[in-house]
Write a protein of this length. Sequence first.
Length: 179
Amino acid sequence: MKKVILFAIILIGLAFSAQGQNISKNAIGLRIGDNDGFGAEVSYQRKLSESNRLELDLGVRNRSYYNRDHDYYYDTNAVKLVGLYQWVFNIDGGFNWYAGVGVGMGTYHNRNEQNDNYGYSDSGVFGLIAGDIGIEYNFEFPLQLAADFRPELGFGDYYDNNNLGVFGPDIAISARWRF
């Protein structure tokens, strides 16, 4: 019985160590989604170990809002950087699923105006805590396609001033070049 348990542990250990062979040393591309804002991000992944990696996503955003009577609008410019630590698990061949956690920060500038010549500018920084879960496929040639869900909890005036609330569910697809 001890030999069977030891053999099972060795097989499980080999399976988990073999899964990391599909993680590229580096990958760079675009992550396209929407968290009521950051629609496109430059995405970079760096292998840390056989089954772990770091993902950095940098997004730039411009969003404007006009009400129906055009007597009020705001224009928001923002930059956001998110870093995630991910655990990667092989499903089969080039298919992997992954989960991770991370933090992010950003800066924003709002310009608001009304017809009565009342206007103000609002600028600042914000922070966030994020989770991440997704699935990816690594082709034989250096292309990776992925889909993921990133729930974010945001902190700062950016979320309050733009009526985003604290929670932001971010669903995205990604295409990255592996090298």
